[in-house]
Design a protein around this ligand. Structure first.
Ligand code: PGA
Ligand code: ZN
Length: 422
């Protein structure tokens, strides 16, 4: 096995123009891998912590250059000369950090090093990342295509964070992508007519930004576009409620077009599942209400995805599994801060029948790695925004390339989702 020769960490920018971490790892035999770290805005309380400089004179306090300068010698000391093995490196990072939530080194640093090591190891083996991590991987995920942005991802009056279509009936990934872009263009015309030109401005994840105050209003709008695009039969719908950010603890209510008590919210979900072909709801309750999530999962036939609720953390996934809370894991490697911990969270979830939805962050980068990771994890879905911004197309184009590369061996996860949720 090759050994790590050097680790460098620099400040670069993410897709929102905020500073983020870039890490490059090299080996004694000349292999090299570079990773960029994404950053969330609608973050969960239980996520591992980013570290930023807080120096107001540099990028509004969001810089990372001083921190990187401070930790780089420690990283080099811990890793240089060590074998190029992802698990060993991740263990060393966890030990070097020494906190329960990566708050000393920063999950933005550990995630960057971990991913860069994975990429370097793949390069050293002469394999693409997905195949290096899983030689049997051949399934392309269904894109959860987030066409309308609200909540913390857009400057509009839309409380729901994401209105999503799932092209489950496509035969191949490339067809799913064509279907969704066709719908996006039809939807743009509808949105312009009804909500005005300003609603064509896109949110953080590339979706349109009409002021959609009611949940059924957004779903009706999507359905109309899907019908006009001619892909009605093969399309299902999803929501990311990001309910933590709708929740008002003082009176225990969720703020949508009106205040909803939890049981009223559950009735709303029941209705939307029955009438609007909704098959997936992410963070349907606030991040500490695993009990509510378990109630909902037992009651309604739908994919319930834990994002802020699970934070890609094996311990939280374990707690959820024991309670029967949720049936899908939103997988964001920087929520936990190393690839191997995130990998373990996914394997644990899968072994209990949970679906995996690999996800970008709202402040993402041109690094396409989550495309490879989704294929390697055999995730049935990926959520990486609308394909109209570079940091989003980076992932879609990588998936197209993987599909071309796999040729006749490639398959598409749409059928599986249809079997599960109709
Ligand atoms: P983020 O949110 O802003 O934390 O990346 C994305 C999501 O809620 O899925
Ligand atoms: Zn979410």
């Amino acid at each position: 096995m090759q050994t790590i020769e050097n680790v460098t960490a620099w400040e670069v920018l993410d897709g929102r123009g905020d500073p983020t971490v870039q890490v490059t790892v090299t080996t004694s035999d000349g292999a090299r891998g570079t990773a960029l770290v994404p950053s969330g805005r609608s973050t969960g309380r239980h996520e591992a912590q980013e570290v930023r400089d807080g120096d107001a004179s540099w990028h509004r306090g969001r810089g990372v250059r001083n921190h990187l300068e401070a930790v780089a010698p420690q990283l080099r000391q811990a890793l240089c000369g060590q074998p190029l093995d992802l698990r060993t490196v991740d263990q060393r990072l966890i030990a070097l950090d020494g906190t329960p939530n990566k708050s000393r080194l920063g999950a933005n640093v550990t995630a960057g090093v971990s991913l860069a090591v994975a990429k370097t190891a793949a390069a050293a083996a002469g394999e693409p990342l997905y195949r290096f991590l899983n030689p049997y991987a051949r399934r392309l995920p269904v894109p959860q295509m987030n066409l309308i942005n609200g909540g913390r991802h857009a400057f509009n009056e839309t409380p729901v964070q994401e209105f999503i279509i799932l092209p489950v009936g496509a035969n191949r990934f490339r067809e799913a992508l064509e279907w969704t872009m066709r719908t996006y263009h039809v939807l743009s015309r509808l949105v312009e007519e009804r909500y005005g030109r300003h609603a064509l401005n896109t949110g953080d994840e590339g979706g349109l930004t009409p002021d959609v105050r009611r949940v059924d209003e957004g779903l009706d709008l999507l359905r109309e576009a899907v019908l006009k695009a001619g892909i009605d039969k093969g399309t299902r719908y999803g929501l990311d409620m990001a309910a933590t950010h709708l929740y008002r603890p003082d009176d225990n209510r969720y703020m949508l077009d009106q205040a909803y008590a939890r049981d009223e919210l559950f009735s709303l979900y029941q209705e939307l599942i029955a009438t609007h072909r909704v098959i997936s709801i992410e963070d349907p309750v606030q991040e500490d209400d695993l009990e509510g999530l378990a109630l909902l999962t037992g009651k309604l036939q739908c994919q319930f995805v834990g994002d802020d609720l699970f934070v890609t953390n094996p311990e939280r996934v374990n707690a959820a599994v024991r309670m029967g809370a949720g049936n899908a894991l939103l997988w964001k490697f920087n929520q936990i801060g190393t690839i191997s911990e995130a990998w373990d969270a996914a394997q644990l979830a899968k072994s209990h029948g949970y679906e995996i939805v690999v996800s970008e962050r709202s402040g993402d980068t041109e690094d396409p790695a989550i495309a490879d990771l989704a294929v390697a994890l055999e995730a049935s879905q990926i959520k990486t925004g609308s394909p109209v911004r570079g940091e989003r197309t980076a992932k879609y184009n990588r998936l197209l390339n993987i599909e071309y590369e796999l040729g006749e061996n490639a398959c598409y996860a749409g059928e599986r989702l249809q079997e599960l949720y109709g």
